[in-house]
Design a protein around this ligand. Structure first.
Ligand code: PRP
Ligand code: MG
Length: 212
């Protein structure tokens, strides 16, 4: 039987809520913790646990058919990938921040400065729209430490509760975009799997309604 293949974040903040929504949709998944692939017992579905940043490429290549992913990741590197549903969890902002004690007036203050980020495309586009040129320093995690160790003037990263910024003596100065978890679809999904996607979407819609 044909199964639909879904990518879910392997570990991190989206993982738990992603599995929870599948469960609320009545899709049970047998989960060996260290397994990178799992199969549902009661729905023709396989789950692939992947790194967030790799998911757009897996969708593009048709290695997976659908994914639960932060919209911010699609904006950064999956603008060609379509969204089937907005999932109303994992809400966050992608923002620029600078040390708390910096006097900040406007986006122009970033001109010629170093910005540490894991979202280079998003920052570049935003700065270009404001006519500002900065020097991007790309790092993959713990971005908020960069200003404290003299690596950058400011940072661009995800802000959710704001506690990481707070703990690192930073302040949010520009909100570039708002994001939430979405159900994304591979451009190469087969007709047969599209039918399975429809069933999942139908269930997701009722779960989201019930959660209101
Ligand atoms: C994410 C993100 C921010 C933080 C925002 O990092 O990169 O640093 O969460 O959340 P908050 O506003 O609620 O503090 P994460 O902890 O996932 O680790 P990473 O940056 O090392 O990937
Ligand atoms: Mg972080």
């Amino acid at each position: 039987m044909t199964k639909i293949r879904i990518a879910v974040q392997k570990s991190g903040r989206l993982n738990e809520d992603s599995l929870a929504i599948l469960k609320d949709c009545g899709i049970s998944i047998d989960n060996g913790k260290d397994q990178l692939k799992a199969t549902s017992r009661n729905f023709p579905l396989e789950v692939f646990y992947l790194r967030n940043g790799d998911i757009p490429q897996y969708l593009r290549d048709g290695v997976v058919d659908i994914a639960i992913i932060g919209e911010n990741v699609l904006i950064e590197k999956g603008k060609d990938i379509s969204i089937a549903e907005r999932l109303n969890f994992s809400k966050c902002r992608v923002s620029l921040a600078v040390p708390k004690n910096e006097t900040y007036n406007s986006i122009k203050d970033f001109e010629g400065k170093k910005i540490a980020t894991s979202y280079p495309n998003t920052v570049k586009e935003y700065l270009a729209s404001k006519g500002v040129t900065a020097d991007l320093h790309i790092i993959n995690g713990s971005v908020e430490i960069a200003p404290n160790i003299g690596l950058a003037y400011g940072i661009c990263d995800i802000v959710s509760s704001g506690s990481t910024l707070f703990k690192n003596n930073l302040k949010e100065v520009e909100v570039m975009l708002k994001s939430e978890a979405v159900l994304a679809v591979s451009p190469t999904i087969s007709e047969e799997r599209k039918e399975l996607l429809k069933k999942i979407q139908f269930r997701i819609k009722s779960v989201l309604q019930a959660r209101q």
